[in-house]
Write a protein that binds this ligand. Structure first.
Ligand code: AHR
Length: 482
């Protein structure tokens, strides 16, 4: 038996809805096969985007969608995706062996997608192969008031007279690697140079500097002094962390691999704390953490395209548990984490959807986002689990309060044992009615396929808040108190 203390007087902060954010890159089958089927397709679509997927996506209230990459962003010229007669190019990030980039989806189409799903757009600017002038022009095209500039008139000619609202801009992507392979000091200067131009065009936008590759804190130590007193006044530090070992495929894990994956995912907490401490040490308290790529990275080839779509992977209760654990960590650090984007939405790494032809399914990770969505905009409170040191039997938890209702989300790390949990409120009453939504499976390797699309799905039941709840092995729960 474990007790969970809900410490109501200890408010951590407000959970930014953008923590429940997503990422869609022009890579593999994310757009072509996944999100985009084309306006003339026989597959039901809304303005070219797969209709059933759009409808499912709306349900989980995706707060933000990042685009066009990823490292692809560092090869992308916005002009390729504007107007008629768009060029087909090799996707310069994934290379000759992969799908060509037709540019069917460009700025207007992507922003259409955001509008359809109710997400705010987050653009990643290219610092590797575009000049500051190119980026300034893209921003001018998108953000200048109706009728004001030549580029605003071109936008109008292309069907959108009104300014686009793009509140978030990344100043590069993975500039320590695929984004120019820069040293932190050099990137620091580049990001100040590009940042100041971007700030001039978008005084109220949030600008994010490129953060660490997981626990590579020397990047933070060397970059932080460059962010101090930068005229761009950066709002965020955008770090990436992919957990996992690539030791076995996503459907083949045993207890050891399960435990290892959860241990590696738990490192997210250390990465958040250490980056935050370094930035705070430089007085950069206004620079919040953005985790704009996260998830588990398995070997490819297990998705429906059987390896044709780069980085496509199947998803089990293991991936769902990593989602639950990671979202709980973000909630518990919502005073530091401003935004997070799981990588990536469709037919890719830690995805929520798998699609191909006229078929589409949701993964167990989708269900976790659905079960956790009421944390968005809620106040996180401290939740402490007793007897929680052993990682193989740990329970992950976070709790929040919104409109007088408490939501507690939990994950039982144990590969083979259920756990009894008592919820103990301090400093407030939790009421006498509660509902639990539970995602679990007898076989933790269970997953959804086109033929068995509901092999893994949650069930909802009433529970008595005065009695312990039972979380099966690998079980994930969202308990909501009236
Ligand atoms: O998400 C896939 C790739 O992983 C992205 O392009 C890159 O930013 C990261 O290395």
């Amino acid at each position: 038996m474990k007790d969970i203390y809900l410490v109501y007087p200890k408010k951590i902060g407000n959970i930014s809805p953008e923590i429940y954010g997503h990422f869609s890159e022009h890579i593999g089958g994310v757009f072509y096969d996944g999100l985009w089927v084309g306006k003339n397709s026989e597959i039901p679509n809304i303005r070219g985007f797969r209709k059933d997927l759009i409808e499912k996506l709306r349900v989980i209230k995706p707060a933000v969608l990042r685009w066009p990459g990823g490292c692809y962003a560092e090869t992308y010229h916005w002009r390729d995706g504007i107007g008629k007669n768009r060029p087909t190019r090799i996707n310069w990030w994934t290379g000759f062996d992969h799908r060509m980039e037709t540019n069917d989806v460009g700025t207007h189409e992507f922003l259409d997608l955001c509008e359809l799903i109710g997400a705010k757009p987050y653009f990643a600017a290219n610092l590797t192969s575009m000049t500051p002038m190119d980026i300034r022009n893209w921003m001018d095209y998108c953000l200048s008031p109706r009728g004001s500039t030549t580029l605003a008139l071109e936008r109008e000619k292309n069907g959108h007279p009104d300014t686009f609202d793009i509140p978030f801009w990344g100043v590069g992507n993975e500039n320590w690697g695929g984004g120019g392979n820069m040293m932190p000091e050099f990137y620091g200067d580049e990001c100040r140079r590009y940042g100041v131009i971007m700030r001039n065009v978008a005084p109220n936008a949030e600008l994010y500097a490129c953060g660490t590759n997981g626990p590579e804190f020397s990047w933070t130590q060397k970059l932080a002094p460059k962010l101090v007193n930068a005229d761009a006044k950066f709002n965020g530090f955008a770090m990436h962390y992919y957990c996992g070992t690539k030791r076995c495929g996503p459907l083949e894990f045993d207890k050891a691999a399960w435990d290892e994956s959860l241990k590696s995912a738990s490192q997210m907490e250390t990465i958040i704390n250490r980056n935050w401490n370094i930035l705070s040490g430089y007085g950069l308290d206004n620079v919040k953490l953005i985790v704009d790529e996260w998830g588990i990275w398995h070997p490819d080839g297990t998705g429906p395209s059987k390896g044709y779509n780069l980085f496509e992977q199947q998803s089990t209760i293991n991936d769902a548990m990593i989602s639950a654990l990671t979202l709980n960590i973000f909630n518990n650090h919502c005073d530091k984490v401003r935004m997070a984007n799981v990588a990536q939405l469709v037919n890719n790494l830690h995805c929520l959807f798998l699609a191909g032809g006229d078929q589409m399914i949701v993964t167990p990770t989708y269900h976790v986002f659905d079960m956790f969505k009421e944390h968005q905009g809620a106040d996180a409170i401290e939740s402490i689990v007793t007897d929680n040191d052993d990682i193989t039997h740990r329970v992950s938890v976070s709790a929040s309060v919104k409109n007088g209702k408490t939501l507690v989300t939990l994950g039982n790390f144990s590969f083979d044992e259920s756990v009894e949990i008592r919820i103990c409120p301090f400093g407030a009453e939790i009421g006498n009615k509660a509902t639990m939504t539970l995602l679990s499976a007898d076989d933790l390797r269970a997953h959804n396929t086109f033929d068995a699309s509901e092999a893994v799905k949650p069930v909802t039941m009433s529970v008595d808040p005065t009695k312990p709840i039972v979380l099966p092995k690998g079980g994930i729960a969202a308990v909501s108190f009236e």
